[in-house]
Design a protein around this ligand. Sequence first.
Ligand code: GDP
Ligand code: CA
Length: 324
Amino acid sequence: MRIVVPAGGIGGARFLRGLQAALGVGAEPTGTDPAITVIGNTGDDITLFGLRICPDLDTVMYTLGGGINEEQGWGRAAESFTVKEELAAYGMQPTWFGLGDRDTATHIVRAQMMAAGYPLSAVTAALCDRWRPGVRLLPMTDDRVETHVVVDDEPGGRRAIHFQEWWIRYRAALPAREITGIGAEDAAPAPGVLEAIDEADAVLLPPSNPVVSIGSVLAVPGIREALERTTVVGVSPIIGDAPVRGMADACLKAIGVETSAQAVAEHYGPALLDGWLVDKADEHTHVDGVAVRSLPLYMSDPEATAAIARAALDLAAQLKGQPS
Ligand code: GDP
Ligand code: CA
């Protein structure tokens, strides 16, 4: 069984843990070919203090590798912030990014390898040698793509800020006029991405942010087209017209999509989506050309999350063979 999962950070990583449980896979000995390939969003990546930071790749790596701060959902467990405090004491900007000491070591390794000329995909593989996430973790692209958000600026003007600044510093409270992936148009899928999709038995879209996580992956030329050729089942990140946690509604609003399970499925569209899982609260959902099933979609514990993954796998198996 080969499953491909385009994923963001927290929502993606939690779902992946459930998928591993559903498939009975996890940390595997070196040399084995993992059943799950993750295509990680890199649109959130940012360079700070000379370090390249890849929040979504790291969240997946730490979560599946057992190093995540479970309560927070991002960053390392047992983290301290001495480096951050020292940088602030030098007056270094920005101060709004939560850079932990343990986490910083990851970014130093990455910065050093990238300065030596290694592509992000090779760096990610090297970092995963330590964490053994039990999945093949590929960045969506080795090229630099950065999501920027266009916000209002005084007087009557507009400016683009990095997605992280909008999300973390402003908590997505500044109305977003536009969300754009700078560099996306010229990016190429990372080595192995298109092959993994073409060889997959199914592609599952986890409940990641549909705009800035899954949307960024889909914006890399070639990836959406490859997904349209295969069986894709998505898990709605919206339950009862609300994002379960986080601020996904602010992103949807920026691109003119209503915050509902139905609108997100219509936004992905029937060419991409074959199946769509919605919560019981949204069982009325109907999307032309997409098979909709309803079940409890809260990833409240590992068992509940595994049940969602199992339902996605079952629906994909059912739909496979039908024209996609
Ligand atoms: P990322 O997009 O994977 O980086 O992770 P985020 O945590 O930023 O976004 C995940 C999205 O999934 C959120 O915007 C929520 O709308 C949604 N979400 C979070 N928790 C759950 C859950 O338990 N069940 C479902 N169905 N969706 C969730
Ligand atoms: Ca399809």
